[in-house]
Design a protein around this ligand. Structure first.
Ligand code: NAP
Length: 484
C-alpha cells in the first residue's frame, strides 16, 4: 500500500506475560499491510530484572531506541519490592515521552452498558511529571512523602499537545481535568496554563472540569467528551475508567509521544494468568500499532488495519474477554481473521480521517519562567518531635526570641495546631513550623536561614526545609488549614 520504499526501523519489545502474544499479533497484522517496517527486537522487563539490572532496560535496548526513535512494545512487569524501578516509567522518562495518548471508542459487537451512545474520546495524560517522578522520602519513621512536581513548561507542552492532537483528528473540544480546587499550585498550574494557551486554538472549544466530577461525568454522560487533558496520576486513573466504558483493557491502545521518540503500547499490563494460553485479546496492541503507523505517516496502512478490526468484530469473531473464555476466539484465530479482512471496509462505522500531528515547540531554556521580581519572605522548617504542638511551639518561641524570623504557626498534617485553634487533628511526630520575617519584610538572606536552623537543631530534629517565596508579588506557597 505504501509508496515509500525506504524501510522504517522500529524497536520491538515483546515484553512479559501476554506481551509476546499481543506483540506478535500486531506484528503479523502490520506486516500483512505491506508497511515498510524493519523490526529491531529488543529486551526489557522481567527477564532483564532477573539478570540483576535494576532499571529493567539494557543498554542495547536504549541504543536501539535512540536510533530508531519509534518503539512498539508489550507490557513489562513491574517487580513489587524495593530497589527496582518500573521499566515502563524508565523508558517514558529516559526518552521524555511527555504525552500519553489513550483513545477509546465504541466498537462493533462489543456490548457494554454504553453501546449505541457513540463514545469516541481521547485521554491525553502528562506522562513524566507529577507523583510519578518517584521522588519519595520517609521524613520520620512514621511519615512518608512523595513530591508532586508540576512544571509550567510541562503543562504548556501537554496543553498545546492536546490541542494539536485534537486538530490532527478533527476533534471539536478539549477539556482540562484537574484538582486545582485543592492543589491550587501544582494542579492549578495546569489549569492556568491551559486557560492561557486555549485562545490560541479558537477552532477548538475548551473547558475546565474538576477531576472528580470528570470521573462522574465520564460514567454518566461520556459522549460529552472529545479530548481530556490531565496530569499524570489523574490520567492514569481516568484512562482505565474510559477503557472500561468501551469493553475493557483488551481494547485500549496508547501512545507515549515526545519531541524525539514515540513508544506505542497497550494500556493493559502483562496479565500473567493468561500468559501463553492463546486466549487474550490482542486488539489493544493492534490499535497501538495503528497509532504508530499514523505517527509514521502511513495513514493508508493504519486505516486498513482499523477497518479490518472493525469488520472482524462486526462479523462476530470475538475474544474470551468479551464473550467468555469458554467460547471466545483464540488470540491466533482472531489475528488470522483480522489479517484475512485486510482490504475490506466497514460502511456502518466511521474511521477518522487523521492529519499529521504538529508537535508543539516550547523554548528549551531550563529557566522557562522568569519573574520580574522575587523575594524569600520566610521559612518552613519540618521538625520530627514527640512533643505536643503547644510544647514544641513554646520551645521554638524561646529558641528564636532574638532571630530575624519569628514563629508564625505550626501545622501537623496540613492543619494549624499552634497557636491552638480549637481544631482536634490526630497528631503525629511531623510538624511544619512556619517562620516569617519579624520586621522590615524583604529578601531573606541565607545567613538568617542558617542561624535559625542552628538554633532549632540544638533542641529539635529537623529533616526538611522549604523557603517561602514570592514571585512577581504572588505568594509561592499555600496557607495551612486554619492559618490566616
Ligand atoms: P493487567 O495485566 O492489565 O491485567 C488486569 C486484568 O485486565 C486481567 O486480569 C484481565 O482481566 C484484563 N486484561 C488485561 N489485558 C487483557 C487482554 N489483552 N485481553 C483480555 N483481558 C485483559 O494488570 P495487573 O494485573 O494489575 O498487572 C500485571 C503486571 O503488568 C504488573 O506487573 C504491572 O506492573 C504490569 N503493568 C504493565 C503495564 C505496561 O507495561 N505498560 C501497564 C500496566 C501494568 P480479567 O482478570 O477480568 O480477565
Amino acid at each position: 500500500m505504501s509508496t515509500r520504499l525506504a524501510p522504517i526501523p522500529v524497536t520491538l519489545i515483546p515484553g512479559d506475560g501476554i506481551g509476546p502474544e499481543v506483540v506478535s499479533a500486531a506484528r503479523r497484522v502490520v506486516e500483512a499491510t505491506g508497511a515498510p517496517i524493519e523490526w529491531e527486537e529488543c529486551e526489557a522487563g522481567a527477564a532483564v530484572f532477573r539478570k540483576g539490572l535494576p532499571s529493567g532496560v539494557p543498554d542495547e535496548t536504549i541504543e536501539s531506541i535512540s536510533r530508531t526513535r519509534v518503539v512498539l512494545k508489550g507490557p513489562l512487569e513491574t517487580p513489587v519490592g524495593f530497589g527496582e524501578k518500573s521499566a515502563n516509567v524508565t523508558l517514558r522518562k529516559l526518552f521524555e515521552t511527555y504525552a500519553n495518548v489513550r483513545p477509546v471508542r465504541e466498537l462493533p459487537g462489543v456490548r457494554t452498558p454504553y453501546s449505541g451512545r457513540g463514545i469516541d474520546l481521547v485521554v491525553v495524560r502528562e506522562n513524566v511529571e507529577d507523583l510519578y517522578a518517584g521522588i519519595e522520602y520517609m521524613q520520620t519513621p512514621g511519615v512518608a512523602q512523595t513530591l508532586k512536581l508540576i512544571t509550567v513548561k510541562g503543562c504548556e507542552k501537554i496543553a498545546r499537545f492536546a490541542f494539536e492532537y485534537a486538530r490532527s483528528e478533527g476533534r471539536r473540544s478539549v477539556a482540562c481535568a484537574t484538582k486545582a480546587n485543592i492543589m491550587k499550585l501544582s494542579e492549578g498550574t495546569l489549569k492556568r496554563v491551559f486557560e492561557r494557551v486555549a485562545p490560541e486554538y479558537p477552532d477548538i472549544e475548551s473547558w475546565h472540569v474538576i477531576v472528580d466530577n470528570c470521573a462522574h461525568q465520564l460514567v454518566k454522560r461520556p459522549e460529552q467528551f472529545d479530548v481530556i487533558v490531565t496530569t499524570n496520576m489523574n490520567g492514569d486513573i481516568l484512562s482505565d475508567l474510559t477503557s472500561a466504558l468501551v469493553g475493557g483493557l483488551g481494547f485500549a491502545p496508547s501512545a507515549n509521544i515526545g519531541n524525539d521518540v514515540a513508544i506505542f503500547e497497550a494500556v493493559h499490563g502483562s496479565a500473567p494468568k493468561y500468559a501463553g494460553k492463546d486466549v487474550i485479546n490482542p486488539t489493544a496492541l493492534i490499535l497501538s500499532a495503528v497509532l504508530m503507523l499514523r505517527y509514521l505517516g502511513l495513514f493508508e496502512e493504519a486505516a486498513a488495519i482499523e477497518h479490518a478490526v472493525f469488520v472482524t468484530l462486526e462479523s462476530g469473531v470475538l475474544t474470551g474477554d468479551v464473550v467468555g473464555y469458554d467460547r471466545g476466539a483464540r488470540t491466533s484465530a482472531y489475528t488470522d481473521a483480522i489479517v484475512g479482512n485486510l482490504g475490506r471496509r466497514t460502511d456502518r462505522w466511521t474511521i477518522r480521517e487523521v492529519k499529521p500531528l504538529q508537535l508543539p515547540t516550547v523554548a528549551p531554556d531550563p529557566d522557562f519562567v522568569r519573574p520580574a521580581s522575587r523575594a524569600v519572605v520566610g521559612l518552613d522548617v519540618f521538625v520530627e518531635s514527640p512533643l505536643t504542638a503547644t510544647e514544641l511551639g513554646a520551645s521554638l518561641l524561646e529558641l528564636t526570641r532574638d532571630t530575624r524570623l519569628s514563629l508564625k504557626m505550626i501545622s501537623c498534617r496540613g492543619t494549624k495546631v499552634f497557636p491552638p485553634t480549637g481544631a482536634m487533628p490526630e497528631l503525629v511526630d511531623h510538624y511544619r513550623c512556619r517562620f516569617v520575617i519579624r520586621e522590615n519584610p524583604g529578601d531573606l538572606p541565607d545567613e538568617d536561614v542558617h542561624e535559625l536552623l542552628t538554633r532549632i537543631s540544638r533542641h529539635h530534629r529537623w529533616m526538611h526545609i522549604e523557603k517561602l517565596q514570592e514571585f512577581d508579588g504572588e505568594l509561592g506557597f499555600t496557607r495551612a488549614q486554619g492559618e490566616n
